[in-house]
Design a protein around this ligand. Structure first.
Ligand SMILES: CC(C)(COP(=O)(O)OP(=O)(O)OC[C@H]1O[C@@H](n2cnc3c(N)ncnc32)[C@H](O)[C@@H]1OP(=O)(O)O)[C@@H](O)C(=O)NCCC(=O)NCCSC(=O)CCC(=O)c1ccccc1C(=O)O
Length: 278
């Protein structure tokens, strides 16, 4: 039974309707707060999650993000079928159709810090893909996972299929999508869909514990490793992400700065001082 409570502080300057955004000890926690629909997301929900992720990225004190759902019944039940329109997406309050779960998936994968899904209850449909694209998943023993797309007239043939196959294996991924079965936490652990399973009462303590372990490590090492893990799956944009880290590190060297200085000082650069390493 957990005894530790955490002093989560609401992030100032936000007026979200669909999510909660708190921070604590260098961890940002984003909670999908629509428990009346098992935390299914609508376009506004995803806009808010992306806004919070952007804020977390720009906050120099934040080194890890937890994504979770309000309450213990659901992490997320995917796209809100009540606002699914006829014109290729989910309607926001202005009536505009969106498929912005795909934008969020990419944003999680390019966030330069670990994103940990903390899953209690259902992770279904787009909710299952949402935790899949996070770097790590800590599941409570009441968690249940599955895809419903072929049953409800939807599919995610991008990360939902391809990253699923890379994560649990091709045959299992096809089973998950082609049969629309549900899997309990232990089955999810056995197939490699989650990192660990803990008692529901211990879920937050365990998740914060994993974040604390990562926060004690080199942020640059974690950042570049994350980009490296995603690079081949994400093709040229994955290489772009990885290469961007190389550029940032190069900018921090004297050799990189010599080029900038020479340009600004209107002289030829002297790169001869910098060794060609074996
Ligand atoms: C999640 C369940 C298994 C939970 O079952 P249970 O505990 O018995 O609760 P219920 O009584 O069923 O539900 C309680 C309450 O919540 C409502 N609800 C649940 N899920 C949704 C939902 N997804 N949308 C809207 N409302 C939902 C439910 O209707 C009840 O409310 P009432 O008022 O009492 O009616 C079970 O609920 C369930 O199976 N839910 C549906 C899961 C599902 O099919 N999700 C959608 C899958 S498709 C998807 O997610 C695609 C979205 C996506 O990410 C995407 C993919 C590809 C390209 C782009 C996109 C994108 O951008 O969106």
């Amino acid at each position: 039974m957990t005894t530790e409570t955490f002093d989560w502080q609401p992030a100032p300057g936000t007026d979200y309707t669909d999510i909660l955004f708190d921070t604590f000890e260098g961890i940002a926690r984003i909670t999908i707060n629509r428990p009346h629909v098992r935390n299914a997301f609508r376009p506004e929900t995803l806009e808010e999650v992306m806004d919070a992720l952007h804020r977390a990225r720009l906050d120099p004190d934040v080194g890890a993000v937890i994504l979770c759902g309000a309450g213990s019944e659901a992490f997320c039940a995917g796209g809100d079928q009540k606002v699914r329109g006829e014109h290729g997406g989910y309607k926001n309050e202005a009536g505009v159709n969106h498929l912005n779960a795909l934008d969020l998936q990419r944003m999680i994968r390019t966030l330069p810090m670990p994103v940990v899904a903390m899953v209690a209850g259902w992770a279904i449909g787009g909710g299952n893909v949402l935790h899949l694209v996070c770097d790590l998943t800590i599941a409570a023993d009441n968690a249940r996972f599955g895809q419903t797309g072929p049953r409800v007239g939807s599919f995610d043939a991008g990360f939902g299929a391809g990253l699923m196959a890379r994560t649990v294996g091709l045959k299992k991924a096809k089973e998950i999508w082609f049969l629309c079965r549900q899997y309990d936490a232990q089955q999810a652990l056995e197939m490699g869909l989650v990192n660990t399973v803990v008692a529901l009462a211990d879920l937050e303590r365990e998740t914060v514990g994993w974040c604390r372990e990562m926060l004690a490590l080199s942020p640059t090492a974690l950042r570049v490793l994350k980009a490296g893990f995603n690079a081949d799956t994400d093709g040229l944009s994955g290489i772009q992400e990885l290469a961007g880290n190389a550029t940032a590190l190069f900018y921090m060297t004297e050799e990189g700065q010599e080029g900038r200085n020479a340009f600004n000082e209107k002289r030829s650069p002297d790169f001869g001082r910098y060794p060609r390493r074996p």
